[in-house]
Design a protein around this ligand. Structure first.
Ligand code: SF4
Length: 65
């Protein structure tokens, strides 16, 4: 089964890098914190999400267990 990402908003720096790079998965909410929108995990490459996980300055994007 495909993995699903989430953002720990307590650590989000509001840089919007993830939303800029992968808008199919990430969006900035009204508080300028990243959220994971409802996305089709079968349609998105896990590597693309992993790239955002690895480059997130707040280290706050994770895979749901
Ligand atoms: S890349 Fe990380 S710190 Fe930046 S907006 Fe996304 S979740 Fe927040």
């Amino acid at each position: 089964m495909a993995k699903v990402a989430y953002v720990d908003q307590d650590e989000c720096t509001s840089c919007s890098q993830c939303a800029d790079n992968l808008p199919e998965v990430f969006e900035m909410n009204d508080d300028d914190l990243a959220i994971v929108i409802s996305y089709d995990a079968e349609e998105i490459e896990e590597d693309d999400i992993q790239e955002e996980i690895d480059s997130c300055p707040g280290e706050c994007i994770h895979w749901k267990k």
